[in-house]
Write a protein that binds this ligand. Structure first.
Ligand code: GUN
Ligand code: ZN
Length: 437
């Protein structure tokens, strides 16, 4: 169907490279136009430039959305989230292993009902868009129909979405466990059904070492070899009790990472959530294999898992992303995620800048998912997934905005004080989304 030309006019901000960690961003990493114009055709960005220069060339039937006192950015990317855990956010009083048993597994068991899964998937996509996130890499549950639910809900809005069925054959309730054979069969069927359909991508998803037998880990590795282009997503070294348990369950493995490495799951495009309790040699192994780390600050604080060493991760050059990790994370808002990242870094004497923060939730997370050729920047040829931020979107923001004289200050206010009220509009493939109140 033909979409008329859409033009978004206003302050445009995008990152064309990692700005580094200093208060002064690296040269040519920040692309900012105070009165810019984003020219969108058929869901893609066609031109980006000064409004003055481009306005005169717009076709007569173009639709113009003018946002003079807002901030137009690429839609946010969330590279680690469990869509099934939307409704167990803020479950009281436990750390990882008890939290999984007491809250998470009972909730995931409800996804045996496809109608329940459909409803939650739809709510998840709505919520994500309300927070300005347009793409996510999501865990589903062990039920294949939970993957169908996520992908149906995402494609109904045209979202670029990645996800996979959890592989889990032990140390979980019987209602949630599969077997190595079933996990392989179901994963292959889902790959054939969904991978590459429109903007959807399947991700091979062994939950984590404790819930997969060595046989099932081998199966996951086999899938990764058969489909080398697919993302693998799992968890690594989040909690000290978890780590001790893994060394009991896998006595012959050299360490936690080796459980994945020896079956071929430590590879390019493998996304490891958390990786808190690791040393430089593990960071180096991740880096040289092309593995990636998802830093999940609200989750790490909520579950008391530990403080992610952002500086050490940067120095190792491992590819890093930043994620909500709902439902251990406490908000789907990537603004809240950045506020927590700032605090986690503060506790370690590191100043996490808004340049680095807004880079991470856009281009940085796109790089982490190897999607940086199509999303994460305001650049010709890129898909028109856009968030329009309101730097005065709440009373607290409005008060601070009156004092913010630089872009740096405006961004820092947004990341420390912003919430859903700071998300003025979200566009997916050049279509303005209805944001539920
Ligand atoms: N480790 C294994 N499963 C999970 C999960 O669902 N959430 C978190 N935070 N860690 C995990
Ligand atoms: Zn997780």
């Amino acid at each position: 169907t033909h979409q008329p030309t859409l033009a978004l006019r206003g302050p445009l901000l995008s990152f064309s490279a990692d700005p580094g960690v200093d208060v002064t961003p690296k040269d040519e990493s920040v692309v900012y136009l105070e009165d810019g114009l984003l020219w969108i055709e058929q869901g893609h960005i066609k031109h980006v430039g000064e409004a003055d220069a481009l306005l005169a060339h717009l076709p007569a039937d173009a639709e113009l959305h003018h946002y003079p006192d807002k901030l137009i950015m690429p839609g946010f990317v969330d590279p680690h989230v469990h869509f099934s855990q939307l409704d167990i956010i803020a479950s009281f009083g436990k750390q990882l292993l008890d939290w999984l048993n007491d809250y998470t597994f009972p909730e995931e068991a409800r996804f045996a009902d496809p109608a329940y899964a459909d409803a939650l998937a739809d709510a998840f996509i709505s919520e994500m868009l309300r927070y300005g996130t347009t793409t996510a890499l999501a865990f589903c549950t062990s039920h294949p129909s939970s993957v169908d639910a996520l992908f149906k809900a995402a494609s109904a809005r045209g979202c670029r979405m990645l996800g996979g069925k959890v592989m889990m054959d032990r140390n979980a309730p019987a209602a949630l466990t599969d077997t190595p054979e079933r996990a392989e069969h179901e994963s292959r069927a889902l790959i054939e059904r969904w991978h590459g359909q429109g903007r959807l991508e399947y991700a091979i998803t062994p939950r984590f070492a404790p819930t997969s037998s060595p046989e099932q880990m081998r199966v996951a590795g086999l899938l990764a070899k058969d489909y080398p282009e697919l993302i693998v997503q799992t968890h690594l070294s989040e909690n000290t009790k978890e780590i001790a348990w893994v060394s009991n369950l896998y006595p012959s493995a050299r360490d936690y990472l080796d459980v994945y490495d020896r079956v071929g799951l430590l590879k390019d495009r493998a996304v490891f959530a958390h990786a808190i309790h690791i040393d430089d040699s593990v960071r180096q192994r991740l880096h040289s294999a092309g593995g990636r780390i998802a830093f999940c600050p609200t989750s790490n604080l909520f579950l008391g898992s530990g403080l992610f060493d952002f500086r050490a991760a940067r120095e190792s050059k491992v590819t890093l992303g930043i994620a909500s990790d709902i439902g251990a994370g406490t908000s789907l808002s990537q603004l809240h995620t950045l506020a927590a990242a700032y605090q986690v870094c503060q506790l370690q004497g590191v100043s996490y800048t808004p340049w680095q923060g807004f880079y991470q939730v856009t281009h940085g997370n796109a790089v982490m998912l190897s999607l940086n050729d199509c999303i994460g920047q305001l650049k010709p040829g890129f898909e028109a997934d856009i968030v329009v931020l309101d730097p005065r979107g709440s009373p607290a923001l409005a008060r601070k905005a009156s004092r913010a004289t630089t872009l740096f200050e405006m961004l820092f206010n947004l990341m420390m004080l912003g919430d859903d009220r700071a998300i003025h509009a979200t566009y997916v493939q050049g279509r303005k989304m209805e944001l539920a109140p």
